[in-house]
Design a protein around this ligand. Structure first.
Ligand SMILES: [Cu+2]
Length: 75
């Protein structure tokens, strides 16, 4: 069963729009991720995902694989 959730991540290391694009593309490859939006200047990325398929941990791991760091996350 789908369990949709939206979480905002504060990310350090984004310095332009391409950084945000990289993160977006990476996250959209993850199963269960539905929507990714964000603002690189604020260092924020919002992710809507199905909790039965993806976890906050998976998302953080992916962001780190792209070369960025999650400072904190929440609503
Ligand atoms: Cu950049």
């Amino acid at each position: 069963m789908e369990k949709n959730k939206a979480v905002a991540f504060s990310i350090s290391g984004m310095h332009c729009n391409s950084c945000l694009m990289l993160i977006k593309m990476g996250l959209q490859e993850l199963e269960g991720v539905k929507e990714v939006s964000g603002n690189w200047e604020k260092g924020k990325v919002q992710v809507a995902f199905d909790e039965s398929k993806a976890s906050i941990k998976d998302i953080m791991k992916k962001i780190e694989q792209e070369g960025y760091k999650v400072v904190e996350y929440g609503k």
